[in-house]
Design a protein around this ligand. Structure first.
Ligand code: ADP
Ligand code: MG
Length: 394
């Protein structure tokens, strides 16, 4: 993939020379395994061809100057004063600048030398749609700093530092999946990731299917409070089940038959919550197996089941996401569809026979418009390699 042409133009306009390097970091879409990461479950994300791009040069000082091209905003801060979250003029950093400043903070805490830099940031990962525009930005900055300061850490460690930045500097309690995927993505593959052990394997995507993403146009509503409430419910369910099943540390340790046997240990309100997580963990493991066997149709069925579980048991869907999945299920060539990301808005992911994919895109957009009186952005996506540097060339 090559960098957007306006990135170099903007860099030259801002700083009067060409950048030393360009870092690229992809967003991601999760094919299966939703709301299971905080139960130590398995997830199956794909790094996508929507990316954050960062053109950067080292500066002679400890100052970091960033031009956010998509926002038309510039900011400068000093690597020596990161704790204060202030810019050079002593003003609070704007929310978007907390991501790069947080990455610098986490890298420095871990003992990595950093250089000041001049940089321009742009990204075509839609913001707040569940495709992880935030992780893409963190990973782009971490990748650039690593290259400019000439040290190297394993990608999993870099992912954890980016997560640390988002958790403890920006203040968002995300898991590791997004940063992991942005760094480890493999072209034409999904990544089956164990969020407890951090073990992972790549799973080839069948060549005859396309990934189609549909952005409902609705940004997450109720996101934070519902997320915290579900998370607490999962922890409580695991605690109650562990009184009967001593090996249970999180819901990922419970099998579907164990849950059935010990359901009485849970108050009725927690049963559907636990059932979603336990069945979703099973779906991910089965999903990885059927994908390895090249069985896209079976994988698609698991996606539909996953959506129904998120809608009916976990209750994190929305009328728009349900409409997208229902419409998709009636379009020829659609093998599977489900909401992806935290829910309450954002995107669906669709598995579609490649030959039907472009007709699918048009029909899904048109029928959604008719049914919901809203515009969806629908596009064919690809699984790409994880973050790295691209040549600086016009
Ligand atoms: P997502 O699900 O897309 O990761 P988040 O709320 O976690 O949503 O992160 C979105 C935030 O990341 C934005 O509010 C902004 O602060 C930052 N961000 C994302 N894309 C850009 C961009 N292109 N330029 C500047 N900041 C961005
Ligand atoms: Mg995010």
């Amino acid at each position: 993939m090559s960098a957007p042409p306006n990135l170099l133009q903007a860099f030259e306009r801002e700083f009067g020379h060409l950048p030393r390097l360009i870092a690229r970091a992809p967003g991601r879409v999760n094919l299966l395994g939703e709301h299971v990461d905080y139960s130590d479950g398995w997830v199956l994300p794909v790094a996508i061809d929507r990316c954050a791009w960062l053109a950067a040069s080292p500066s002679q000082s400890t100052e970091v100057s960033i031009h956010a091209l998509d926002l038309g905003e510039s900011i400068a801060f000093d690597l020596k004063g990161l704790e204060d979250k202030l810019d050079l003029a002593g003003e609070d950093l704007p929310a978007w600048a907390l991501y790069p400043a947080g990455v610098a903070w986490a890298l420095r805490h871990a003992g990595h030398a950093l250089t000041g830099m001049q940089c321009v940031l742009t990204s075509d990962v839609p913001i707040g749609s569940g495709l992880s525009s935030s992780a893409a930005i963190e990973v782009a900055f971490a990748t650039a700093w690593q290259a400019l300061a000439d040290w190297q850490v394993p990608p999993m460690a870099l992912a954890q530092l980016c997560q640390h930045a988002e958790n403890d500097y920006v203040g968002v309690q995300c898991g590791l999946m997004d940063q992991f995927c942005s760094l480890h993505g493999i072209r034409d593959h999904a990544l089956c990731f164990d969020t407890r052990t951090h073990e992972w394997e790549c799973v080839p995507l069948p060549a005859e299917v396309s990934l189609v993403i549909a952005d409902s146009g609705v940004r997450r509503r109720l996101g934070g409070s519902a997320y915290n409430q579900r998370r607490a419910a999962c922890e409580q369910a695991a605690r109650l089940l562990s009184e009967r099943l001593p090996n249970v540390r999180a819901l990922r340790d419970v099998t579907p038959s164990e849950l059935q046997e010990h359901e009485q240990a849970l108050p009725p309100s927690l049963r559907p919550i636990a059932e979603h997580v336990v069945s979703e963990c099973k779906r991910v493991r089965l999903g990885a197996e059927v994908l390895k066997a090249g069985d896209a149709a079976s994988f698609g069925k698991l996606m539909f089941e996953g959506h129904a579980s998120l809608r009916d048991l976990y209750e994190v869907s929305s009328p728009e996401l349900d409409a997208l999945v229902e419409i998709a299920s009636g379009i020829p060539g659609c093998l599977g569809a489900r909401l992806t990301g935290a829910g309450f808005g954002g995107c669906t992911i669709n598995l579609v026979e490649a030959a039907e994919a472009s007709a699918f895109v048009d029909r899904l957009a048109a029928e959604y418009q008719r049914k919901m009186d809203r515009e969806a952005m629908v596009w064919i996506s690809r699984a790409v390699d994880g973050a790295g540097l691209v040549p600086v060339s016009r």
